[in-house]
Design a protein around this ligand. Structure first.
Ligand SMILES: Nc1ncnc2c1ncn2[C@@H]1O[C@H](COP(=O)(O)OP(=O)(O)OP(=O)(O)O)[C@@H](O)[C@H]1O
Ligand code: SF4
Length: 303
């Protein structure tokens, strides 16, 4: 399997964006899912590739746990998260015998799996492929960057929480991107305060603004901040993604709960979707701007 095979497989994908975080648990996977749902809500066709091989959480977050991938003549067919088939997903979670099975692999086996994901998945036409990575800078990051090299991914979105301990690690992530020549499309500050569902007062549990300050200091775009929202946790945890989560907890027995047709619509009923719609808009604008600049540079070189 060559780099050229990865390139030809990805030829029908307009943009590839990696989602990174310095620390675990800062909300990188949930930001990937929210970006994907927001982009689909804005009319884009999106794929999510989960390369967090030891801790795949995307299938659960998208309500796809227990689903199987099928082998077609064109390659592995991804699993679709919505009836309109605008949101496709591929994860090692679909290949494991059970949701509790662990992946105990060394680097070479992880590299081979990532290569296979990039070369063998038949995504069809996509506007965006979002790649959810493990925290830190590990074999998975290096493998993805290496195999995507010739195809040239658009860049990375870095997710952090506002407190100093997470920011220290995100600086390493920024340094990694610079070392491997991966453009940084922007930074998202997640868990930036907690908005009380009763009185709408915002408490800055982990302080706030640290991510924005770091982005300014590092000269990278700040895409926005999102507070802690219990409704998001409910949506990501509940099995049936068509039930509208209530900030006040699950409906009492006998009480009807509101339902939508798809996870994309359910997410749009969450408060956080308004902030992520803006974050997704800033990301797409940044990608378009970068593409324009690259085109201008190429035009100047060949004129
Ligand atoms: N803005 C938010 N509001 C409420 N809960 C959130 C928010 N962001 C993330 N969470 C919750 O925090 C937990 C960790 O999030 P997530 O799994 O996305 O982190 P992660 O950075 O991908 O972790 P890891 O890479 O270590 O698996 C999840 O239960 C998720 O639902
Ligand atoms: S701000 Fe705190 S005390 Fe006031 S209603 Fe909200 S949770 Fe309760």
């Amino acid at each position: 399997m060559s780099h050229a095979e990865v390139g030809s497989r990805l030829a029908s994908i307009k943009h590839v964006v990696l989602v990174l975080s310095g620390k675990g648990g800062v909300g990188k996977s949930s930001c990937t899912v929210q970006l994907a749902l927001s982009l689909v809500g804005q009319g884009q066709r999106v794929g999510v590739l989960d390369i967090d091989l030891c801790g795949p959480s995307i299938p659960r977050m998208l309500g796809l746990e227990g689903r199987q991938i099928h082998q077609a003549s064109a390659g592995w067919v991804p699993v679709f998260a919505d009836p309109s088939k605008r949101l496709a997903c591929m994860s090692i979670g679909f290949l494991l015998p059970s949701k509790d099975a662990s992946v105990v692999w060394r680097g070479p086996k992880k590299n081979a799996m990532i290569k296979q994901f990039l070369a063998d998945v038949y995504w069809g036409d996509l506007d965006y492929l979002l790649i959810d990575t493990p925290p830190g800078t590990s074999d998975e990051h290096l493998a993805a960057v290496e195999y995507l090299q010739e195809w040239s991914p658009d860049g990375a979105v870095v997710v952090t929480t506002p407190q100093a301990v997470a920011l220290a690690d995100v600086k390493k992530e920024i340094d990694f991107c610079r070392k491997v020549g991966l453009p940084i499309l922007g930074l998202v500050e997640n868990m930036s305060g907690f908005v009380c569902p009763h009185c709408a007062e915002c408490t800055n549990v982990f302080s706030t603004g640290g991510g924005e300050g770091l982005a300014r200091h590092a000269g990278i775009p700040f895409l926005g901040r999102a507070p802690i929202d219990p409704a998001l946790v409910m949506l990501l945890e509940q099995e049936d993604k068509t039930l509208v989560p209530s900030a006040n907890g699950p409906a009492a027995a006998g009480q009807e709960q509101e339902r939508t047709a798809s996870i994309v619509e359910t997410y749009q009923r969450c408060q956080l979707s308004k902030l992520f719609a803006e974050i997704a808009r800033r990301l797409t604008e940044g990608v378009a701007q970068q593409q324009q600049q690259q085109q201008q540079t190429a035009d100047t070189m060949y004129s």
